[in-house]
Design a protein around this ligand. Structure first.
Ligand code: ZN
Length: 376
């Protein structure tokens, strides 16, 4: 284990890259998918089970943790890794996105955001400096700059003004982060769907200098075509030798398209959330387990999947426990979904390393186009 944070690209195929991020808490193979552990848990999963699916890193949410149980309490109990029993790397978001989507009575100024907790109405402040303090208290390995993400669609003047404030906040985040060997600080590119603004944002971030760069402000309802439109050029504005993180993405086909365009890291609640709402993701697309067609089906969700849900349980069983509101339904379907996502990432990494990404992507789309297996 090295003591520094570093990133090595080991192979390229078109715009796509595969490589390894090294941290004192272990390596992260890229392209990487990060399961989301919002409240210091990936819902319905034990941490060792998350690891067994192949995850190298988890994401934690600053907004949720600062409100409950509070960053100060987690720090007093030895930090987030110890608290949640996950010894590998953790990335924390800045809280900026969620404070704008979840908190009430928000007041946004140059200083930061004042808001009331959605849990108990208590008053709080998030700013670049406070976000850095909280993420340090949590012990996060990859810390995100505090930024503002305007809701799309918005006019260029609004997007530009917001982006320029986020760049001033990026400098304040860097100043507050200081020098922390073994820990990384990522800048976040904004600029909506406007190429000039994306380039201006990337230039500002590179002048400050970060350990990695996120493409922010996407996956906020603009649609896949607009997102891919930005990803056709935005990663190219960022340094070749640093990881590129697309925040909050996505569905399996979003992930494949983002990796093709040069993205190295992603996170999304989708596999875990849909595991709790009865949707399983497979090579042949999404399957809604509550549908009556599954109630007598003795076959697994996916014959080829090696996860515990597919090895040991039938579609009929998953259908039953989901309909009966049994906790094991969430456990099994979340496990399958996270396993499927990590297997997809391994497939992408192998394909890039072996120079056959376009064939892999063609097969990915062809298999999905077949749809679910025929009912019995
Ligand atoms: Zn499975």
């Amino acid at each position: 284990m090295g003591e520094r944070f570093s990133y090595q690209v080991t192979a390229k195929d078109g715009a796509a890259r595969t490589g390894v991020i090294s941290t004192p808490r272990g390596e992260i193979r890229t392209p990487a998918f990060m399961p989301v552990g919002t409240a210091a848990t990936v819902k319905a999963m034990m941490p060792e089970s998350v690891r067994a699916t192949g995850a190298d890193i988890l994401l934690g949410n600053t907004y949720h943790l600062m409100l409950r149980p509070t960053a100060e309490r987690i720090a007093a109990l030895g930090g987030l890794h110890k608290f949640m029993n996950w010894e590998r790397p953790i990335l924390t978001d800045s809280g900026g996105f969620q404070v704008m989507s979840l908190a009430s009575l928000r007041k946004l100024t140059e200083e930061g955001v004042r808001f009331s907790s959605h849990i108990d109405g208590s008053k709080h402040m998030l700013s670049p400096e406070r976000s850095m303090e909280i993420q340090k208290l949590l012990g996060s390995d990859i810390v995100m700059c505090f930024d503002e993400c305007p809701a799309l669609p918005a006019d260029d003047a609004t997007v530009a003004a917001s982006m320029r404030m986020s760049m001033r906040w990026a400098q304040r985040s860097k100043d507050a982060f200081g020098d922390r060997p073994g820990h990384a600080l990522f800048g976040i590119m904004q600029g909506g769907v406007t190429k000039d603004l994306r380039e201006e944002s990337a230039t500002a971030l590179k002048a400050i200098g970060f350990d990695g760069y996120a493409v922010g402000g996407l996956a906020v309802g603009e649609g896949q075509e607009a997102m891919f439109g930005v990803l056709d050029y935005a990663p190219g504005f960022l340094p070749e030798d640093k990881p590129r993180y697309l925040m909050g993405v996505g569905k399996p086909d979003d992930i494949v398209g983002a990796v093709e365009r040069g993205i190295d890291m992603m996170d999304c609640v989708l596999p875990s959330r849909s595991g709790r709402t009865g949707q399983v993701w497979t090579r042949r697309g999404p399957v809604t387990i509550k549908n009556a067609r599954h109630q007598n089906d003795p076959r697994p969700v996916d014959e080829a999947c090696t996860c515990p849900a597919c090895r040991n349980y039938s579609r009929a069983y998953l259908h039953h426990v989901f309909k009966a509101d049994e906790i094991i339904a969430s456990m099994l379907m979340t496990w399958h979904n996270l396993h499927y996502y990590q297997e997809l990432m391994q497939g992408l990494r192998d394909a890039i390393a072996e120079g056959r990404l376009s064939a892999f992507v063609a097969e990915f789309h062809a298999t999905r186009a077949m749809g679910d297996i025929e009912p019995l």
